[in-house]
Design a protein around this ligand. Structure first.
Ligand code: IMP
Ligand code: MG
Length: 173
């Protein structure tokens, strides 16, 4: 039944602790204004649901579904929105929540598209960051873990759509 994970990289306790820290950091970073937390699907679905429960200020939640043309090749660098939030972004603090930043190409295009809608602020929160993001013009303000350059699965992250439900983060290498 497909591949097996090789090594647990972040266990449930470690993830929960980090998500609590991020929640506190985010709560403190937005003393006023409307906050819209935008989860990038599908990878962020578990992280987002845990994260918003650790944020102790009013917020709204919506999602983005983006597809890169050519899927794995990213040759054109074009991002298409399959689902676009109904909510107005203008004048709100927008926090884009991503599972993992690798090259940052997807995020780079999304940030351009979203900033054109005149939010009050626009920042990224990523649970994992591989720091290979040479193309990412906009730095990731909130980072959970500086991830090893290995293929990680679990806690929302997939390999060919498998492993998303695993409660910890593991390496396939
Ligand atoms: P980027 O545009 O190259 O930064 O790619 C980011 C996207 O690639 C993430 O949202 C993930 O969906 C996927 N990705 C990158 N690295 C990994 C990994 O180690 N495991 C699972 N998915 C990954
Ligand atoms: Mg993915």
């Amino acid at each position: 039944m497909g591949r097996a994970v090789k090594r647990v990289v972040y266990d449930e306790r470690k993830i929960a602790e980090k998500v609590r820290e991020l929640g506190a950091e985010i709560s403190a970073a937005y003393p006023d204004g409307e906050l819209l937390v935008l989860g990038l699907l599908k990878g962020s679905f578990i992280f987002l649901s845990d994260l918003v429960r650790q944020i102790s200020r009013p917020l709204q939640v919506d999602f983005l579904v983006a597809a890169s043309y050519g899927d794995k090749t990213y040759s054109s660098g074009t991002v298409r929105l399959l689902y676009d939030p109904e909510t107005k972004l203008e004048g709100k603090h927008i926090l884009l929540v991503e599972d993992i930043v690798d090259t940052g190409r997807t995020l780079g295009r999304l940030m351009e598209m979203l900033s054109a809608r005149h939010p009050r602020s626009l920042e990224i929160c990523a649970l994992l960051h591989k720091h290979l993001a040479a193309e990412l013009k906009h730095p990731t303000k909130f980072v959970g873990f500086d991830a090893p350059n290995e293929f990680l699965v679990g806690y929302g992250l997939d390999h060919a759509e498998n492993f998303r439900h695993i409660p910890y983060i593991a390496s396939l290498e």
